[in-house]
Design a protein around this ligand. Structure first.
Ligand SMILES: [Ca+2]
Ligand SMILES: [Ca+2]
Length: 499
């Protein structure tokens, strides 16, 4: 293993920390349709429990909801050749999970949705925005779902606003309302991890890569992608070059996951049914010989058919940053993470009401923020309230959070200006006929924490239904310091969207 590989595999080691709960498919029912409640721990936030439906807000059909017709599938699909797919990245630090799930897959999906190309930072999305929400402000690995949940809860800004696909410092949070406001527009509506053990599941996955199992939609078929979690130790043992005369001769292929090491987030961009390799060395490439000697022929025995992987180790690695992985390579009882494919549906969203805050805090994970609203401007208590995840230590993610560091980042005591979407909170209030209401904002710290901070500015901004800025109502803060005592702000607000 060269030093580069060693570095990367060491850095993506979150894999080993998360509980590896194994899926338990019911033998009598197709796993595609029945596996939803039994996904392993690395595929969803631990706080949400195993019945959390990660696809529930998506508009497209869930896995198993459409018929898979393999007759229409071409023998090869490579979505990385599409203009919606960004150039191959070269990651720094352990951000592989976010390079795959956000910088590659979310970027691709958002460009497909918007009808744009991922050719500038204005249409690419950063790996580090979501990474810095969950990496404890350290060089720590992450899961694909972390990025997709960040996009569900607060969105992801473009790389242009953010300052690039990656930053040169770990743990930095953006300072600038416009960055947080832009993030609100680019969201994930649902995601789904599925196991790959059977030919039925493989066909469903190939069809997702080809046209998402929605062949009639608009006539034009733009397929989806998958996040994968490979094991990267001793890769030389499983990497082969397709021999002269073979389909795709000269290209590199993984016959299976590395025999040791930790997880590494990568993107699956397509497949090629013709690519094959004589794994058992019998001189033939077969899909009907029991290679692993378990007495039956299953997908695990296949020598022909491979996924196309894009890795974030730069375009000089392997073949322009790409490599094949035999379909059968994903079926490995010693690396259960490698058996799962993660897909995502993205959405555009326009906030109507937001909070613009400028605040400092010595420990952003121990910060506790509660926002309440009442439709009566004389109200003495909120009718509806919520505690935004990012400003309450990301309870969603359990132990993964943004780190016990100042709100701007490690060693940076400056305040940041941020934005928080209030649209859903306001909708829960119901019809508001006069556009008036009352805001209740409290800032404090977690029990037992020594954190302190200060609210410096506060304003409510409203937008029209196309996202156009309408007005800002400044809320007078006064002495906004908090820490040992809680800071509370109550103020009448005007100009709320009349619903
Ligand atoms: Ca063979
Ligand atoms: Ca077998």
């Amino acid at each position: 293993m060269n030093s580069h590989l060693k570095r990367v595999t060491t850095l993506c080691s979150l894999a080993i920390l998360a509980p590896a709960v194994q899926a338990k498919p019911t033998p009598s029912e197709p796993a595609i349709t029945k596996a939803h409640a039994v996904y392993p721990g690395f595929s969803r936030p631990p706080s949400q429990g195993e019945n959390y439906n990660t696809w529930s807000d998506a508009k497209g059909p869930d896995v198993g909801a459409t018929t898979v017709d393999v007759s229409r599938l071409p023998s090869r699909v490579d979505n990385s050749a599409r203009p919606q797919f960004p150039a191959v990245y070269k990651q720094i630090w352990g951000a592989c999970g976010q390079f795959a799930s956000v910088a590659s897959i979310f970027t691709y999906e958002m460009n497909v949705l918007n009808g744009t190309a991922a050719d500038t930072d204005a249409t690419r999305f950063p790996a580090h925005f979501s990474w810095n929400m969950i990496n404890n402000a350290e060089n720590k690995g992450s899961e694909a779902y972390h990025g997709w949940e960040v996009a569900k809860h607060i969105g992801v800004p473009t790389a242009k606003s953010y300052g690039g696909v990656r930053l040169d410092k770990i743990g930095v949070w953006p300072d600038g309302y416009h960055i947080w406001r832009e993030a609100m527009e680019y969201r994930v509506s649902g995601y789904r991890y599925t196991p790959l053990n059977t030919v039925e599941q493989l066909n469903e996955a190939r069809a997702w890569l080809y046209d998402r199992n929605q062949p009639k939609q608009g006539g034009q078929t733009v397929g989806g992608l998958f996040a994968m979690d490979g094991r990267m130790g001793e890769l030389k043992k499983v990497t082969v070059t397709l021999p002269k005369g073979a389909h795709e001769a000269g290209k590199k292929l993984w016959t299976k996951w590395g025999p040791s090491g930790y997880g590494h987030g990568i993107a699956c961009v397509g497949y090629d049914d013709e690519v094959g390799y004589d794994v058992n060395g019998d001189g033939k490439i077969t899909n009907d010989v029991d290679l692993n000697g378990d007495g039956k022929v299953t997908l695990a025995d296949w020598e022909r058919g491979a996924f196309i992987i894009v890795n974030s180790w730069g375009d000089e690695w392997s073949n322009n940053g790409r490599i094949y992985l035999l379909y059968s390579g994903m079926v490995d009882p010693t690396w259960k993470r490698g058996n799962y494919l993660g897909r995502v549906e993205v959405a555009r969203y326009q906030p109507r009401t937001t909070l613009r805050l400028k605040l400092a805090c010595s420990d952003r994970t121990d910060l506790r923020m509660n926002i309440g609203l009442a439709s009566d401007e004389q109200a003495t208590a909120p009718e509806q309230q919520f505690a935004p995840e990012a400003f309450n230590g990301w309870p969603l993610f359990g132990r993964s959070n943004a780190g016990h560091v100042p709100i701007a980042g490690p060693g940076d005591d400056r305040p940041i200006e941020a934005g928080i979407d209030l649209t859903t909170l306001l909708k829960r209030l119901g019809p508001n006929e006069d556009g008036k209401g009352r805001l209740f904002l409290s800032l404090s710290r977690a029990d037992g924490s020594e954190a302190s901070g200060e609210l410096i500015e506060c304003a409510i901004r409203t937008y029209d239904q196309h996202g156009g800025f309408v007005r800002e109502s400044v809320v007078k803060v006064g002495d906004g310091s908090f820490g040992e005592s809680q800071f509370t702000l109550e103020a009448s607000v005007d100009g709320l969207p009349v619903q």
